[in-house]
Design a protein around this ligand. Sequence first.
Ligand code: ADP
Ligand code: MG
Length: 728
Amino acid sequence: MPTFRFKALGDVLSREPKVVEFPSDRASNYYATNVFTQEVMREYLPSEAYKSVMASITEGTKLDRKMAGQVASCMKDWALTKGASHYTHWFQPLTGATAEKHDSFFSPISGGRAIEKFDGDNLVQQEPDASSFPNGGIRNTFEARGYTAWDPTSPAFVIDKTLCIPTIFIAYTGEALDYKMPLLKALNAIDNAATDVCQYFDKNISKVNASLGWEQEYFLIDKALFNARPDIMMTGRALVGHNPAKGQQLDDHYFGSISARAMAFMKDYEIEALKLGIPVTTRHNEVAPNQFECAPMFEETNLANDHNLLLMDLMEKIARKHDFRVLLHEKPFGSLNGSGKHNNWSLSTNTGVNLLAPGKNPKTNLRFLTFFVNTIKAIHDNADILRASIASAGNDHRLGANEAPPAIISVFIGSQLTEMLDRLEKNVKAGKMTPEDKTELKLSIGKIPQILLDNTDRNRTSPFAFTGNKFEFRAVGSTANCANPMTTLNVIVAKQLQEFKKSVDAKIKKGIGKDVSILQELQKLIKESKAIRFEGNGYGEEWVKEAKKRGLSNFKDTPRALKIMTKKKTKDLFKELGIFSEIEMDARYEIELETYILKLQIESRTLGDITQNHVIPAAIKYQNILIENVTGLNNIFGKNSSKMTSTQHQLLVEISKHIEGVREKSKKMLEERKNANQIDVSEKKAEAYCDKVKPYFEEVKYHSDKLELLIDDELWPLPKLRELLFTR
Ligand code: ADP
Ligand code: MG
């Protein structure tokens, strides 16, 4: 008997929501109390050391050894007041998760005594044994040295009695082995390029920050049910399971009242998040049952991304305390909405201006249009590179599945801005313009309403939508490290801004006025990037056809989407902006493919196991019960039993058919897997997994789900989808 499933269900029914105590009734009282903030630094550091750290944060200057020693010592003193016993460099290897290796402050000294010690060298650089992290062939194992180096722009924090120091992770030969280092380089590139362009409008602008506001979607399921589902445990998603009669069709979960257990969990992680300085503000139920969303206030991108990774980690830890497991997978349940991580992106200046917010007058509006149009042009020219940055095995289930944005990259800007761009496209004259022309244009530009927020019709089907004062990149997967798409987005916009600056400067040199030069260049960009703008329904079949006509790509799977990384144009772009060398690009391509292959391999193996060890045995047991029943009826009623046993006969036939279906399709899947495993070249291997192995997942699932419907509920060993999603 499948006692495990019923025991799990019993466990769930006996649960009570945990009581969560607030540290104080006001979040502002405990916000960032576990962070080594600027304020804490000012309090703990001698003024010279404080100034040096601030310079390294704002200007990227190197901290000398002596200063580093002082900072380390103060950091330790502060961490000890927070109860910390250990410290770690906290980094983001290309596994997708964060990594940490703890060392104790404790240090024995002579005379049988001990002290707490942490010096500058420990702060600035560490050498974790890094040979097992993915490196895509950059390091041979005999030379497996990589080191982590302190990123002072993201503050240290204390969690679980450990002082965590955000770091980059690089090979001794200089190549990045993580997500943070390229992101920092990309943020530097966009800062330089955008600051240069800002000089046309305001000479006081000396720094531009890219901001990121992510929205994290996730599912919650009870840990007992999670543990009774080997597929969810191993792969993060349900590989089998018949659709429940009720899914999300009644739309009764979206923004619904949050269940007491889920609420206790949310409060708990929010309190911890706030203490860590993660400004979480929004929580709500999402579309699918047991699906939720959490969003903070936006922050500078590097910090926002660290906070996202920290929050994902925090959620998983705290969920266990509440007898939940968090599913961050992009598509845990095939029939229901998947999870994404919208990346809201904008650019803001040291003078406090959001460059993507329409201004009050023609001058500020021209500045807005400059950044707005250049962003659109960057997406137009590099849509495929942007698509590659969000490609993953999990996200393949989501993109284009009529709930998430399609796999075709396009930009939505709303009707008012579309009109505005159309007007500019028509009205800007080539060459010298008369004063009347200029006045007319100024009037026209002045017409952008300052508050577009309520007017940008919320087109939910667009992967890249302008939402009033920011762009929202919606195609990012829920498990993703945002650093990857944010590196790409900021790099392509930086490159475009550089080109723009060159062209406008050339016009100015020829004696054309500054504003007219800018307008003429914008007009050109508007024309050239028209194909990427789409205001219609991104879910429709017509869009697929229309996009094809426009020459836009539609990469439906990861191996195809990633291929752009091998193209010369892509490599040149990243090389030119100083983000990746060719070796680093090749390594990243290799790692992405490898991850894809391994994910599919694990899914395929798990599917084979559960159908062989759980599904087929349960079906056979039920067949035996039926056979016993038919035999018994025959014994008692002889010839007259045929009418009584006809349902049982039919069931026996149907069950046999689906047992055979499961077995045959699993066998074919196994054969294809074996074939794929023989392939040496990652690119071809990934394609084989995608085209030859993956299609069997659905086929095996089809027969397994039929069996779930046919056999006795008491014999079914795996928690059913309705139980995973609705048992509270
Ligand atoms: P939704 O998309 O769920 O309707 P909103 O449109 O209100 O929600 O988006 C809110 C998100 O946008 C938040 O995460 C917020 O921090 C972020 N956001 C707001 N302004 C900016 C900005 N200037 N730069 C980046 N993110 C921003
Ligand atoms: Mg959103």
